[in-house]
Design a protein around this ligand. Sequence first.
Ligand code: ADP
Ligand code: ASP
Ligand code: MG
Length: 912
Amino acid sequence: MPVVSLAKVVTSTAAAAGDFKVRIPFIYGKRLVSNRVSFGNSSRRSCIGHIVRSELQSSRVLGSVTDLAVDNSVENGHLPKGDSWAVHKFGGTCVGNSERIKDVADVVVKDDSERKLVVVSAMAKVTDMMYDLIHRAQSREDSYLSALDAVLEKHRATAVELLDGDELVRFLARLHDDINNLKAMLRAIYIAGHATESFSDFVVGHGELWSAQMLAAVVRKSGLDCTWMDARDVLVVIPTISNQVDPDFVESEKRLEKWFSQNSAKIIIATGFIASTPQNIPTTLKRDGSDFSAAIMGALFRSHQLTIWTDVDGVYSADPRKVSEAVVLKTLSYQEAWEMSYFGANVLHPRTIIPVMKYDIPIVIRNIFNLSAPGTMICQQIEDEDGYKLDAPVKGFATIDNLALVNVEGTGMAGVPGTASAIFSAVKEVGANVIMISQASSEHSVCFAVPEKEVKAVSEALNSRFRQALAGGRLSQIEIIPNCSILAAVGQKMASTPGVSATFFNALAKANINIRAIAQGCSEFNITVVVKREDCIRALRAVHSRFYLSRTTLAMGIIGPGLIGGTLLDQIRDQASVLKEEFKIDLRVIGITGSSKMLLSESGIDLSRWRELMKEEGETANMEKFTQYVKGNHFIPNSVMVDCTADADIASCYYDWLLRGLHVVTPNKKANSGPLDQYLKIRDLQRKSYTHYFYEATVGAGLPIISTLRGLLETGDKMLRIEGIFSGTLSYIFNNFVGTRSFSEVVAEAKQAGFTEPDPREDLSGTDVARKVTILARESGLKLDLESLPVQNLVPKPLQACASAEEFMEKLPQFDEELSKQRQEAEAAGEVLRYVGVVDAVEKKGTVELKRYKKDHPFAQLSGADNIIAFTTKRYKEQPLIVRGPGAGAQVTAGGIFSDILRLAFYLGAPS
Ligand code: ADP
Ligand code: ASP
Ligand code: MG
């Protein structure tokens, strides 16, 4: 699908970012035009602000860029602005309880800046509790009273632990006053059954009022000059139609001057989150707005730095709760930080950047719980002397959940001016926030993402707006695709690095993730894709590991923990840590199933105890549930089914597995040697889908036979003939069928040594070899069926019907003569007998038979139970290419499967 994707992403950036150069893209018909605009001075800035505002008014971030210019004439007042000020902001988790508040006070006291302004959030969870009070009161639930008591008690208890004497008395008196006021207000809300926005803003802002007063009192305990600031006395903001607020810097600056003239102190503890309207009505900066408060304060004080303290070591390359391998970023540019926060990294409120960027004030994100971590520095981009940006092209990834895609489609849209405008003005009317837009260059469809909770209204508005166009067929549909998420890759250097988006999409494709829509803004700071919500974390992990070369994680379901499956599990157990550390491959067995029991674990089964766990915690085996479980994990990007059985029923599931996006690895010959049409169907599906199907161990266990064959064909060689001893058992028998020994004697010896199946007829019948020949023939491109293959059965006819293996072994000596005779004849001619499989690629046929070879032929030199396979090709015509080695046994077979699993990991992006 050719997509010219745009642009909300970038236009919003432009507007929000204020004072830097960006390109604002517009689509005119099929042409993409970009305007490079400098946001250098305030008149031009407000002009651009206006354009962008009218274009995209419903943006989550935009509102309007109300005069960012801070009038420098106010520099002359009482307030000493500039580098002497350090601004800190402490989030809710930093002030979650009395101990933490003490730690925060300690950090404030120890900062040796001359002057400090500290913005503080409400104690953790308090803002939620306050919103809950309103919810209960307006739903007329009497429990709002007990919930209010809980708020009172939380703060009372904290204050008692922190303060004493007059400070405590003063704080508690104010707290009780506030609670009484709140009680009256909530009562009014209860009676009205409704809370106006200003009522509710007034109520929810109390958490900050209390935490700021407590922190100020604790700082004063160390003898320092410290006062608290009710930010509603200083911060003036203007509500916008998109339910945002824009700071009024000029008015705020004036009020700050006035406030400071009455309250000058070297340490000020200010409330985050709350502010006033120009009419002095209490309001808030909306959820998580304390970061924004702090940034405005930083700008008002022209501080030398803004430090945002939180509960993580800095901005991570992805949300650390979703990607455990995420790394802390040392630096981010303002634009990168903005993109990350806008696209869901809630470590920073998106609006935090603009005010400080204007004065080039760096933001440092730090962890209050780990003071030794340096944190993340957000500032202008760091360049070396040649202007080369020193960073990785992609810095981080972020996601936004709970979105729906709206797709407006129709042939009547192409070339008709105003369609986009009509769509988005309808969206604006219902106040919905458009997060991303993408339009195919055919203009046949426009799709955009809105929050799920707004999609119903959007759909109704569009259907009503376009009723006529729908009826007349100019629009074919307005489709709503629910349960979507956005995944964004962010990095300023993407702009100058080709191939980034290819890598990004490749990682998604390999994780079998379907992309519903794409947008890349012209600034190239951001690539955004829309995926199904259930795929979101897998997608995030897949791209993160691709760019950060962290681990390729594979979720595995192992079917058949018998001799081979069990050996494989033990091999994985022994190798897991080396793979993780050295090869960055994280193999997680999340399910093991036998025929009666299965064991499941989302985080990975402890392989040092899998046998015990299987016995103790195993549940009744159920293949559908097992498949669902391995497929249904939403966290590990890639899942593989490893079939270690020899079961045809299990093999018949491969098609369905591949269809569901599960990769398949197996030593089971049944699928590839089974009915031709089913085999072709599997191969066809596998090639079309981005799934992998590996089966090296079906022929010659761990020997590189299939991969050698493929390597030859893929590089343009032509297969003429494949001839080999494919059965370890028959290899052993004929290698030892020498001198005066009889055939039955050697068979008995092989059985004794465990080289045969419990019933040696299964080996002697040649079916196993025939299956391998079928597999290799098909791999060489022949459409061969097992049934059409002539197979020489070494079980004498009369013994084929014997009831038991014992009876067969007992009677076998009666038939020794025939084979002895053949062997003697061969010997007389200087030859040996070997049981071989042949693929004749020229004649397009295969055979399985007992053949004679000269004593100097490589097949005659074999010992033990080795396999040997000779490939005669156009390139290897005089001397065939020979692969030889042990081709049976649990260790080597499991090794072959294991190496297929690793091959899969490399295909999926593990560093090789
Ligand atoms: P505070 O209460 O201090 O403002 P927040 O909860 O608002 O804290 O933000 C910090 C949280 O943001 C972290 O605990 C982390 O789980 C989450 N987060 C999401 N994305 C990122 C990211 N890319 N880097 C760091 N933290 C992130
Ligand atoms: N306390 C407010 C909230 O939880 C603001 C903030 O903490 O940033 O939304
Ligand atoms: Mg926050």
